[in-house]
Design a protein around this ligand. Structure first.
Ligand code: MV4
Length: 447
């Protein structure tokens, strides 16, 4: 029985997890860095332990310090949140060996799915459609050229150890491929200490659509519909919504069903997200699987009424899923925006500092997930996300109206934020009419 969870994270997601635990009667242990001694997650948890200096590498990524904190506090499990150690297979393995339940899938699946080339092969074998390309890794420049001739340009080179848009290069012809091949190899070696790459056909102007799944430890798998995350700036999501405005009901059904089948097939457990690219002809292709809870999970919670964090904990506890596919229903639309401490006027440069005035929006169908408060000092050491504003409406139009109203109400002073930039997205004609894809921000705002 899970009785005490150490939350190996900070910020809004740590607070989100603490709240779920409190509702469930589970004790919580916060870990915090020296830069986070005034952080909300430290205050809200039942217990808190300082695990090191400000830099992540010495604190939130410090496996030894975190595991010592877990032992010292008698924590029976660890929730890793997102980022940090959440997709670190080695950490999940050590947890298991120490008899601490890692709230996520088995370390072998984290390892497998973290290797993007192996993940693609595995999911292809499990029945998911994939983009045509190399079968596994590309071992030489000559082989890359051969495959590109067959699948035709443009092509995309991807680092197998990459993911989330890191370590990818596009080539429109053989000359570019020769150049980009060397660059992606070199970058992968430096960034990931692993220069293995694969190649595939470059899908132009796709949508990024992902399916949320829950899988218990008894072989039951359900999906919670999709999230459209096509509004991104340099591979960073800015706005997410559900349902996707482009999916036909038939496509949605097929995506959900094939995803559940594949997830069952690979023996995955806990919460997971399967990312797809969807092209103009409603063809969908498996990209990557994320083995953690995601930043944008609230939009799914809004339309399904399912608490994804609570489900993660129940699954880790060995419980059966509380839902079967038949009793999962989807009501209305939901949209989320990420408010970041950054200055769009200065190339979105991070803007840490003290929040001197604060008013967070609220009201019917408006949810704010955040760990900031009046007088809080945003440290320079971590991700710049300050808050997520999530709205729930009858339809997409109502979501846009609610979001504009919520942002108009938002007051954050003392630091710069991207809230005006988000307003411009919400007022953009192509966004309003659902005519956007992953290149939307680049095309519309030149960013
Ligand atoms: C692609 C692609 C087009 N064709 N693969 C970027 C992040 C990583 N998850 C995969 N990515 C892409 N892979 C093929 N074969 C376009 C992207 C891509 C992208 C995907 C989703 C959201 C935003 C994106 C921005 C640029 C490129």
């Amino acid at each position: 029985m899970i009785k005490k969870i150490l939350i190996a994270n900070r910020g809004e997601i740590a607070v989100r997890i603490i709240r779920a635990c409190r509702e469930m009667g589970i004790r919580t242990v916060a870990i915090y860095s020296e830069a986070d001694k005034n952080a909300l997650h430290k205050t809200l948890a039942d217990e808190a332990i300082c695990i090191g200096p400000a830099p992540s590498i010495k604190s939130y990524l410090n496996q030894k310090a975190i595991l010592e904190a877990a032992c010292l506090t008698g924590s029976d499990s660890i929730h890793p949140g997102y980022g940090f150690l959440s997709e670190n297979a080695e950490f999940a393995k050590i947890c298991e060996e120490m008899g601490i339940k890692f709230i996520g899938p088995n370390y072998k699946l984290i390892d497998l799915l973290g290797n993007k080339s192996k993940a693609k092969e595995t999911m292809k074998n499990a029945g998911l459609p994939v983009v045509p390309g190399s079968e596994g890794l590309v071992l030489s420049k000559e082989q890359a050229i051969q495959i590109a001739k067959k699948i035709e340009y443009p092509v995309i080179l991807k680092a197998s150890a990459g993911g989330g848009g890191r370590g990818i290069r596009i080539a429109h012809n053989e000359k570019e491929l020769e150049k980009e091949y060397d660059i992606v190899k070199q970058e992968a070696l430096i960034s990931f200490k692993d220069d293995s790459i694969y190649i595939e056909k470059y899908i132009e102007n796709p949508r990024h659509v992902e399916i949320q799944v829950l899988a218990d430890e008894h072989g039951n798998v359900v999906h919670l519909g999709e999230r459209d995350c096509s509004v991104q700036r340099r591979n960073q999501k800015v706005l997410e919504e559900t349902p996707s405005g482009i999916l036909k009901e038939e496509t949605r059904k097929k995506m959900g069903e094939t995803t559940v089948k594949a997830v069952k097939e690979i023996g995955y457990t806990n919460a997971g997200t399967i990312e797809f690219l969807v092209d103009k002809n409603q063809k969908f292709y498996f990209m990557e699987m994320n083995t953690r809870v995601q930043v944008e999970h609230p939009v799914t919670e809004m339309v399904t009424g399912i608490d994804i964090i609570k489900e993660q904990i129940k699954i880790a506890n060995g419980d059966f899923l509380s839902y079967s596919q038949n009793n999962i229903t989807f009501t209305g639309n939901s949209m989320e925006v990420r408010i970041n401490a950054e200055n769009p006027e200065k190339g979105f440069m991070p803007s840490p500092g003290t929040i001197t005035e604060l008013h967070l929006p609220g009201g019917n169908g408006v949810r704010v997930d955040t760990a900031i408060y009046h007088g809080y000092k945003v440290p320079a050491n971590y991700d710049s996300m300050l808050a997520k504003i999530i709205v729930h409406g009858r339809d997409r139009q109502e979501c846009i109206s609610k979001m504009k109203s919520a942002i108009a109400e938002l007051v954050i002073e003392g630091i710069s934020t991207n809230s005006d930039f988000i307003l411009k997205i919400l007022e953009n004609q192509n966004f309003k009419t659902n005519q956007y894809d992953t290149s939307f921000i680049k095309k519309e705002f030149g960013l």
